[in-house]
Design a protein around this ligand. Structure first.
Ligand code: MN
Length: 426
């Protein structure tokens, strides 16, 4: 195991056992303190470690990123673009500086006040300048449920599904960070099968509980990323709420797939949890049968044990209600299979590309990752504590996703992605 992942490590920064940001995590984000320029930081306990200030104080000297202050930036792209060795060097150095027995920052009051900022004082911004956004459809439970509802319960998966990770190209320009509220989309709807379409606000606004990986190292056009190299290209992961207007989607999607029912908004969490931090939580993924083609085969286990939850809170509710709890380990297609497949035709991935997993649904009814499944196409509404019912979301509803890997005595958390639904713009 990599020393930075040692469960026994502790920090001189106070971190409670329930806190999602212990020294084993060290997720990266972009923050802003007042009117100061945005900077790259790392979450530790209830604080943000200001890497731009830390770099300016010379604490990255001797590493591969000593020359220019890539942390004095409004995105992680500059840092990610330095490549795998830089990611390792920086994680190693930060881990050292934060360890209980390291006096460098701990005993330097002036430096400590400069670089350690209470999380409650900062605003979190988009962590990544996202290049392209791809969304997969990699949960067999989700695909089976959707196929059962809309196609054929005895044959819910299309013939390609077990042979390749199905995906489509989404829209990066409407990926928003947690806290940015979302307008209900307008569009063409066809509530009556026997009448022409109408125009208006979506009536079937849904969420999709997903995790996305961020590409940190590019590949050259024409040259694929081989599956056993895929992890070298993945910087880290974020929570993704891939908002979906089911009525717009249902009418428009034939034959070219998702368009306006998906492109209006996707929300991501502000902290990027590195693949390095998730390393101890790799588990075998579900057995794939029939056997996959050789370019999708890997001997290494690439399932990830990440517990996921979704909550809703209407404008009238005083606290959120849980909608579902599931686990990323149920995903049929792994992140390395997704990246190997994505590039098998020679597609060039760029630094900052985001790949969503697709809705993460588990094997049980209480582990479904979207309202379409939870309320089974609107036939099983849920009742909120105030007595209101939901089949899909109403204006004023706040939807929050949370996720964490649980180790012994500590957890590697993603924080949250949360957004409130605003009325459609007329
Ligand atoms: Mn999706």
């Amino acid at each position: 195991m990599c020393p930075t992942n040692n469960p026994k490590l502790t920090s001189w920064v106070d971190v409670s056992p329930e806190c999602e940001f212990p020294i084993q995590n060290l997720p990266y984000g972009v923050f802003q303190l007042g009117d100061a320029p945005p900077a790259v930081g790392v979450a530790i306990g209830e604080f943000v470690l200001d890497l731009a200030a830390l770099h300016a104080s010379g604490k990255f000297s001797g590493t591969s990123i000593a020359a220019d202050n890539i942390f004095a930036a409004a995105s992680l792209n500059g840092f990610m673009g330095k490549g795998r060795q830089a990611w390792t060097d920086v994680r190693d150095r930060i881990s050292e500086l934060l360890r209980k027995n390291n006096a460098t920052i701990r005993d330097d009051k002036e430096l400590r006040q400069q670089v350690l900022i209470p999380s409650s004082d900062v605003r979190m911004l988009m962590p990544v300048a996202i290049g392209d956004f791809t969304d997969f459809y990699s949960s067999k439970h989700h695909a089976t449920n959707v196929g059962t509802m809309f196609r054929d319960a005895s044959n819910p998966l299309l013939p390609n599904w077990l042979h390749l990770p199905v995906g489509y190209h989404g829209r990066s320009g409407t990926v928003f960070v947690s806290g940015v509220d979302i307008h209900r989309p307008n569009g063409q709807l066809k509530p009556d099968d026997n009448a022409p379409p109408i125009f208006g606000p979506s009536r079937l606004l849904d969420f999709e509980l997903e995790i996305g990986f961020i590409v940190g190292a590019p590949n050259e056009a024409g040259h694929r990323i081989e599956i056993n190299q895929a992890a070298q290209h993945i910087f880290g992961m974020v929570l993704v709420n891939d908002w979906s207007a089911r009525d717009i989607q249902k009418w428009e999607y034939v034959p070219l797939g998702p368009f306006l029912g998906k492109s209006f908004a996707t929300s991501i969490s502000p902290w990027v949890v590195t693949l390095d931090a998730l390393e101890p939580f790799r588990v075998p993924s579900p057995v794939q049968e029939p056997d996959v083609l050789p370019y999708l085969k890997t001997a290494a286990p690439w399932g990830l044990d990440i517990r996921l939850e979704a909550f809703v809170q209407s404008a009238k509710m005083s606290e959120p209600m849980k909608l579902t709890s599931t686990n990323f380990k149920h995903m049929y297609w792994t992140i390395v299979q997704q990246l190997a497949h994505h590039t098998v035709n020679g597609t060039a991935m760029r630094v900052g590309d985001l790949c969503g997993s697709g809705t993460v649904s588990g094997p049980t009814e209480d582990a479904r990752g979207c309202m379409l499944e939870i309320c089974w196409k609107g036939t099983k509404p849920i009742t909120l504590p105030d007595g209101d019912q939901r089949r899909f979301f109403a204006d004023g509803d706040t939807v929050t996703l949370r996720g964490a890997s649980h180790g012994e005595g500590y957890r590697i958390g993603f924080g949250e992605v949360s957004a409130t639904i605003l009325p459609a713009v007329s």
